[in-house]
Design a protein around this ligand. Structure first.
Ligand SMILES: C[S@@+](CC[C@H](N)C(=O)[O-])C[C@H]1O[C@@H](n2cnc3c(N)ncnc32)[C@H](O)[C@@H]1O
Length: 215
Protein backbone atom coordinates (compact mmCIF):
# COMPACT_ATOMS: atom_id res chain seq x y z
CA UNK A 1 0.00 0.00 0.00
CA UNK A 2 1.13 3.57 -0.74
CA UNK A 3 2.59 4.92 2.55
CA UNK A 4 0.56 8.13 2.21
CA UNK A 5 -2.66 6.08 2.30
CA UNK A 6 -1.90 4.59 5.72
CA UNK A 7 -2.36 7.88 7.51
CA UNK A 8 -5.29 9.25 9.43
CA UNK A 9 -6.46 12.85 8.86
CA UNK A 10 -5.33 14.46 12.14
CA UNK A 11 -1.74 13.20 11.96
CA UNK A 12 -0.23 16.58 11.17
CA UNK A 13 -1.53 17.98 14.46
CA UNK A 14 -0.34 14.86 16.28
CA UNK A 15 3.17 15.24 14.80
CA UNK A 16 3.32 18.95 15.62
CA UNK A 17 2.23 18.38 19.22
CA UNK A 18 4.78 15.59 19.75
CA UNK A 19 7.69 17.72 18.53
CA UNK A 20 6.47 20.77 20.45
CA UNK A 21 6.42 18.58 23.57
CA UNK A 22 9.97 17.23 23.18
CA UNK A 23 11.65 20.36 21.76
CA UNK A 24 13.37 21.27 25.05
CA UNK A 25 14.90 17.82 25.53
CA UNK A 26 15.42 16.84 21.88
CA UNK A 27 19.13 17.75 21.69
CA UNK A 28 19.80 16.02 25.01
CA UNK A 29 17.96 12.84 23.88
CA UNK A 30 19.91 12.73 20.62
CA UNK A 31 23.32 13.63 22.10
CA UNK A 32 24.87 10.11 22.19
CA UNK A 33 23.96 9.16 18.62
CA UNK A 34 24.84 12.66 17.46
CA UNK A 35 28.40 12.25 18.76
CA UNK A 36 28.71 8.66 17.59
CA UNK A 37 27.28 8.91 14.06
CA UNK A 38 25.24 11.92 12.99
CA UNK A 39 27.89 14.66 13.33
CA UNK A 40 30.12 13.09 10.69
CA UNK A 41 27.19 12.31 8.37
CA UNK A 42 25.84 15.88 8.60
CA UNK A 43 29.25 17.31 7.72
CA UNK A 44 29.56 15.07 4.65
CA UNK A 45 26.00 15.79 3.52
CA UNK A 46 26.33 19.56 3.66
CA UNK A 47 29.65 19.45 1.83
CA UNK A 48 27.60 18.27 -1.19
CA UNK A 49 25.09 21.13 -1.01
CA UNK A 50 24.91 23.21 -4.17
CA UNK A 51 23.48 26.69 -3.81
CA UNK A 52 23.04 29.48 -3.76
CA UNK A 53 19.46 28.77 -2.64
CA UNK A 54 18.90 25.73 -0.44
CA UNK A 55 15.68 24.63 1.27
CA UNK A 56 16.08 22.67 4.49
CA UNK A 57 12.88 20.77 5.32
CA UNK A 58 12.32 20.01 9.01
CA UNK A 59 15.16 22.11 10.47
CA UNK A 60 14.17 20.99 13.97
CA UNK A 61 16.37 22.58 16.64
CA UNK A 62 18.89 23.63 13.98
CA UNK A 63 21.39 20.82 14.32
CA UNK A 64 22.57 21.26 10.74
CA UNK A 65 23.34 24.96 11.12
CA UNK A 66 27.03 24.47 12.12
CA UNK A 67 27.55 22.50 8.91
CA UNK A 68 26.10 24.98 6.39
CA UNK A 69 28.82 25.89 3.86
CA UNK A 70 29.51 29.65 3.75
CA UNK A 71 28.48 30.12 0.12
CA UNK A 72 24.81 29.10 0.40
CA UNK A 73 21.66 30.75 1.67
CA UNK A 74 19.24 28.48 3.53
CA UNK A 75 15.49 28.68 3.96
CA UNK A 76 14.59 26.46 6.91
CA UNK A 77 11.04 25.27 7.50
CA UNK A 78 9.46 23.19 10.24
CA UNK A 79 6.00 22.25 11.45
CA UNK A 80 6.77 22.76 15.15
CA UNK A 81 6.99 26.30 16.58
CA UNK A 82 8.87 25.02 19.65
CA UNK A 83 11.55 23.32 17.53
CA UNK A 84 11.86 26.46 15.37
CA UNK A 85 12.32 28.63 18.45
CA UNK A 86 15.40 26.60 19.36
CA UNK A 87 16.65 26.68 15.76
CA UNK A 88 16.47 30.49 15.75
CA UNK A 89 18.47 30.59 18.99
CA UNK A 90 21.04 28.23 17.49
CA UNK A 91 21.35 30.31 14.31
CA UNK A 92 22.19 33.39 16.40
CA UNK A 93 25.35 31.59 17.58
CA UNK A 94 26.56 31.06 14.01
CA UNK A 95 25.63 33.22 11.01
CA UNK A 96 22.06 34.52 11.49
CA UNK A 97 22.13 36.25 8.08
CA UNK A 98 22.60 32.92 6.32
CA UNK A 99 19.26 31.36 7.22
CA UNK A 100 15.65 32.44 7.40
CA UNK A 101 13.03 30.30 9.12
CA UNK A 102 9.33 29.74 8.49
CA UNK A 103 6.73 27.64 10.20
CA UNK A 104 5.42 25.50 7.35
CA UNK A 105 4.14 22.03 6.52
CA UNK A 106 6.35 20.05 4.13
CA UNK A 107 3.18 18.78 2.48
CA UNK A 108 2.09 22.33 1.58
CA UNK A 109 5.17 24.39 0.79
CA UNK A 110 4.42 28.05 0.42
CA UNK A 111 6.95 28.64 -2.40
CA UNK A 112 6.67 29.05 -6.16
CA UNK A 113 7.75 26.25 -8.50
CA UNK A 114 11.46 25.71 -9.23
CA UNK A 115 13.02 28.25 -6.84
CA UNK A 116 15.63 26.17 -4.96
CA UNK A 117 18.92 24.74 -6.23
CA UNK A 118 18.90 21.94 -3.64
CA UNK A 119 16.54 20.56 -1.02
CA UNK A 120 18.14 19.00 2.05
CA UNK A 121 16.55 17.15 4.94
CA UNK A 122 17.81 15.01 7.80
CA UNK A 123 15.68 12.49 9.72
CA UNK A 124 12.39 14.15 8.74
CA UNK A 125 10.50 12.01 6.22
CA UNK A 126 10.02 9.41 8.97
CA UNK A 127 7.76 12.01 10.66
CA UNK A 128 6.00 13.78 7.78
CA UNK A 129 2.50 12.24 7.86
CA UNK A 130 2.21 11.83 4.07
CA UNK A 131 5.85 11.45 2.99
CA UNK A 132 5.21 11.08 -0.74
CA UNK A 133 3.18 14.28 -0.76
CA UNK A 134 6.03 16.08 1.04
CA UNK A 135 8.62 14.67 -1.36
CA UNK A 136 6.47 15.76 -4.33
CA UNK A 137 6.37 19.28 -2.90
CA UNK A 138 10.18 19.20 -2.56
CA UNK A 139 10.33 18.15 -6.24
CA UNK A 140 8.01 20.97 -7.30
CA UNK A 141 10.05 23.73 -5.65
CA UNK A 142 13.42 22.43 -6.94
CA UNK A 143 14.91 23.83 -10.15
CA UNK A 144 15.30 21.36 -13.05
CA UNK A 145 18.59 19.51 -12.54
CA UNK A 146 18.56 20.37 -8.82
CA UNK A 147 19.22 17.76 -6.15
CA UNK A 148 17.60 16.27 -3.09
CA UNK A 149 19.97 15.20 -0.28
CA UNK A 150 18.55 13.11 2.53
CA UNK A 151 19.73 11.34 5.64
CA UNK A 152 16.95 9.10 6.90
CA UNK A 153 16.24 6.11 9.05
CA UNK A 154 13.90 3.55 7.52
CA UNK A 155 12.83 -0.07 7.40
CA UNK A 156 15.82 -2.42 7.64
CA UNK A 157 16.57 -4.81 4.79
CA UNK A 158 17.22 -7.52 7.41
CA UNK A 159 14.01 -9.59 7.63
CA UNK A 160 14.03 -10.19 11.36
CA UNK A 161 14.85 -6.57 12.22
CA UNK A 162 12.19 -5.38 9.75
CA UNK A 163 9.55 -7.57 11.42
CA UNK A 164 10.39 -6.08 14.84
CA UNK A 165 10.35 -2.54 13.41
CA UNK A 166 6.90 -3.08 11.88
CA UNK A 167 5.57 -4.27 15.25
CA UNK A 168 7.00 -1.23 17.07
CA UNK A 169 6.00 1.34 14.45
CA UNK A 170 2.52 2.18 15.80
CA UNK A 171 3.41 2.59 19.52
CA UNK A 172 6.52 4.64 18.70
CA UNK A 173 4.49 6.83 16.37
CA UNK A 174 1.93 7.40 19.11
CA UNK A 175 4.61 8.38 21.64
CA UNK A 176 7.04 10.36 19.50
CA UNK A 177 5.35 11.12 16.17
CA UNK A 178 7.95 9.07 14.24
CA UNK A 179 7.40 6.13 11.88
CA UNK A 180 10.32 3.73 12.12
CA UNK A 181 9.28 1.33 9.35
CA UNK A 182 9.02 3.45 6.22
CA UNK A 183 10.30 2.59 2.73
CA UNK A 184 11.80 6.00 2.13
CA UNK A 185 13.90 5.16 -0.94
CA UNK A 186 10.74 3.91 -2.67
CA UNK A 187 8.84 7.02 -1.52
CA UNK A 188 11.50 9.30 -3.07
CA UNK A 189 11.18 7.46 -6.37
CA UNK A 190 7.39 7.57 -6.25
CA UNK A 191 7.49 11.33 -5.78
CA UNK A 192 9.18 11.69 -9.20
CA UNK A 193 12.85 11.98 -8.20
CA UNK A 194 15.56 10.11 -10.10
CA UNK A 195 17.63 8.30 -7.47
CA UNK A 196 21.38 8.75 -8.00
CA UNK A 197 22.88 7.08 -4.92
CA UNK A 198 21.71 5.26 -1.83
CA UNK A 199 24.39 4.58 0.79
CA UNK A 200 23.59 2.27 3.68
CA UNK A 201 25.14 3.81 6.77
CA UNK A 202 24.50 1.66 9.83
CA UNK A 203 22.47 -1.07 11.49
CA UNK A 204 21.44 -3.20 8.47
CA UNK A 205 20.50 -0.25 6.29
CA UNK A 206 18.29 1.44 8.87
CA UNK A 207 20.23 4.66 8.29
CA UNK A 208 20.79 5.69 4.68
CA UNK A 209 21.98 8.67 2.73
CA UNK A 210 19.94 9.26 -0.43
CA UNK A 211 20.87 11.57 -3.29
CA UNK A 212 18.34 12.19 -6.07
CA UNK A 213 17.99 14.60 -8.98
CA UNK A 214 15.09 16.38 -10.65
CA UNK A 215 15.76 15.09 -14.17
C1 LIG B 1 13.54 13.93 14.04
S1 LIG B 1 13.36 15.66 13.88
C2 LIG B 1 14.80 16.06 12.88
C3 LIG B 1 15.21 17.49 13.04
C4 LIG B 1 16.50 17.88 12.30
N1 LIG B 1 16.33 17.80 10.88
C5 LIG B 1 17.67 17.05 12.75
O1 LIG B 1 18.37 16.50 11.90
O2 LIG B 1 17.92 17.00 13.96
C6 LIG B 1 12.02 15.80 12.70
C7 LIG B 1 11.59 17.23 12.44
O3 LIG B 1 10.68 17.23 11.34
C8 LIG B 1 9.63 18.14 11.61
N2 LIG B 1 8.45 17.77 10.81
C9 LIG B 1 7.69 16.66 10.93
N3 LIG B 1 6.68 16.69 10.03
C10 LIG B 1 6.81 17.84 9.34
C11 LIG B 1 6.07 18.44 8.29
N4 LIG B 1 4.98 17.86 7.78
N5 LIG B 1 6.49 19.62 7.82
C12 LIG B 1 7.58 20.23 8.32
N6 LIG B 1 8.33 19.72 9.33
C13 LIG B 1 7.95 18.53 9.83
C14 LIG B 1 9.41 18.00 13.11
O4 LIG B 1 8.73 19.10 13.66
C15 LIG B 1 10.86 17.87 13.61
O5 LIG B 1 11.42 19.13 13.91
Amino acid sequence: MDEDMKDIPDQTEHTRSRYDAIANVYDFMEWPIEQLLFKKWRHELWQSAEGPDVLEIGVGTGKNIPYYPDDIHVTGIDLSPAMLKRARRNADRYNPEQVKFSEMDAEHLNFSDEVFDNVISTFVFCSVPRPIKGLKEAFRVTKPGGRLHLLEHMLSHNRLTAAVMKRLDAPIHYLLGVHIARRTVENVRRAGWQIETVEKRAYGGIFRRIEAVKG
